[in-house]
Design a protein around this ligand. Structure first.
Ligand SMILES: Nc1ncnc2c1ncn2[C@@H]1O[C@H](COP(=O)(O)OP(=O)(O)OP(=O)(O)O)[C@@H](O)[C@H]1O
Length: 452
């Protein structure tokens, strides 16, 4: 541990020596004694972690010295030690930011000792908080997670900033895999609600008859199988952000219940009677054109106007081709880092092939394509024949089968694609593939496959 530097300013040599001796018992403390305020000021450039000053000094008052120290180093903690109790001075100095005010008596050393321990605890908490804040900031600096320089994406970045700076509802539209959830997260983690939860709910992934209990929660005994009370996703969002993905899939009955919740900002759990106050911010996403859905009668018009808020439209990847190679590089770098393999490059002909394709599965598809190509590449260079486009026709299936992966690699590929398709819902994927969920958990745990 680094030394904790303490300056003691005390003109009474005997008393100063006593404090010096007492504090020096802690080997972490580097203690220096000064007889006058001037001597102390001359040495402040040594950056002490704490100064204790005797109130009655020969060359200046304690208040004067305090003022000068704070002027030079506003954050340097100062403890005042006074021969008599001067309540008003003490209160004034504490108000001005002095760390503590101790009276000289037989307990002073112990009180000082404890004050220093408290101060160090406070400082270490403070440092921890600053580090966490910095970490959070870099983590959600979305320019590192949402890659792209196309004008269309730059316009989206501007809207993310606008949305993050206000509490207006946000509706994100875009084809599957265009990054709607990434945008929702960027809005949340850059907003004033970032310290609260971000709760994503995919309306397409919840079985119809479970939607209500999932969103509203329930009381014990509300229905057969409700063995304990459970809070719903609305409540879990607290003062954070509720992200309703695929809102276009919500059926009309739930739509009217959602509308009521948004109007009243409160809900009653299933089987409950008491009202629970809500405070979440709503962000929704859809791959459908909601205003068209309103016209067709599939989506309530009043709800549409409530949720539309600030609309953000994510263009498909084929309409921002200038982003394809940038995103490719981003995924390749991440892939090589994760798998601890040397950098893999893309040959010019392979680049052409990547640029020539239409990506119906958008960025999500590009990610799978790039990762598979990295697996298939020889000598750390991706050539056109290493690239297989996955979206759906039999020709593509043939192409995948012709890549001669091992059974284990095919398994990884399939599970990973299913996890992406079903938003990392392990239980659903296990059910669809008719395999044990523990197989998937194990592969996720060992890093053999990664979630979306
Ligand atoms: N611009 C981008 N830069 C880097 N990664 C991206 C970008 N856009 C999307 N991705 C990645 O693509 C994948 C799909 O993104 P996301 O889940 O946000 O899409 P979505 O539009 O919400 O999809 P869906 O409609 O299917 O739910 C994720 O792995 C995400 O990290």
């Amino acid at each position: 541990m680094l030394d904790f530097k303490i300056f003691i300013v005390e003109d009474d040599k005997w008393y100063g020596g006593l404090l010096h001796h007492y504090l020096s018992q802690n080997p972490d403390y580097d203690v220096t004694l000064f007889g006058t305020g001037k001597e102390c000021l001359a040495q402040l450039h040594r950056k002490p972690d704490l100064v204790t000053i005797d109130f009655g000094l020969p060359d200046m008052t304690g208040e004067e010295l305090y003022g000068k120290i704070k002027q030079a180093y506003p954050n340097l903690p100062v403890i005042i030690i006074s021969a008599q109790e001067r309540i008003t001075t003490a209160v004034n100095l504490l108000k001005m930011g002095a760390e503590d005010y101790l009276i000289k008596d037989e307990n002073t050393q112990q009180l000082l000792w404890r004050a220093i321990i408290r101060l160090r605890e406070k400082q270490s908490l403070h440092n921890e908080i600053s580090e966490l804040k910095a970490e959070l900031k870099t983590k959600y600096d979305y320019s590192h997670s949402i890659i792209g320089k196309s004008p269309a994406l730059q316009a989206v970045f501007k809207l993310i900033d606008k949305a993050a700076g206000s509490l207006i509802n946000v509706s994100i539209a875009g084809e599957t895999g265009t990054g709607k959830e990434l945008v929702a997260r960027a809005v949340h983690y850059n907003s004033s609600r970032s310290g609260h939860p971000f709760i994503p709910v995919n309306m397409a992934a919840i079985p119809k008859d479970l939607v209500e209990s999932e969103l509203f929660g329930y009381e014990k005994g509300a229905f057969t199988g409700a063995l304990n009370r459970k809070s719903g996703r609305f409540e879990e969002a607290g003062s954070g952000t509720l992200f309703l993905d695929e809102i276009g899939e919500m059926d009309l009955n739930i739509q009217s219940k959602l509308l009521r919740v948004l109007q009243e900002k409160e809900l009653t759990r299933l089987g409950g009677t008491s009202k629970i106050k809500l405070d979440f911010r709503l962000v929704v996403a859809t791959h459908k054109n909601l205003s068209e859905e309103v016209k067709k009668g599939n989506f309530r018009e009043d709800l549409y106007y409530r949720i539309v808020g600030l609309p953000i439209n994510l263009p498909p990847l084929r309409e921002r081709r200038e982003d394809i190679l940038l995103i490719t590089q981003h995924f390749l770098t991440a892939y090589c880092k994760e798998n601890k393999i040397p950098e893999v490059r893309v040959s010019p002909a392979a680049r052409e092939k990547l640029l020539d394709y239409s990506y119906p599965g958008n960025v999500r598809e590009l990610k799978s394509v790039v990762e598979l190509a990295a697996v298939m590449s020889e000598n750390n260079i991706i050539e056109p024949e290493d690239i297989t486009f996955l979206s759906g026709n039999s020709q593509n299936v043939d192409a995948v089968l012709n890549t001669e992966l091992t059974l284990r690699e095919y398994t990884r590929l399939i599970i990973r694609n299913y996890l992406k398709r079903y938003d990392d819902n392990v239980l659903l994927v296990a059910e669809k593939l008719d395999i044990g969920k523990s197989t998937i958990y194990k592969m996720l745990q060992t890093g053999e496959i990664e979630g979306a």
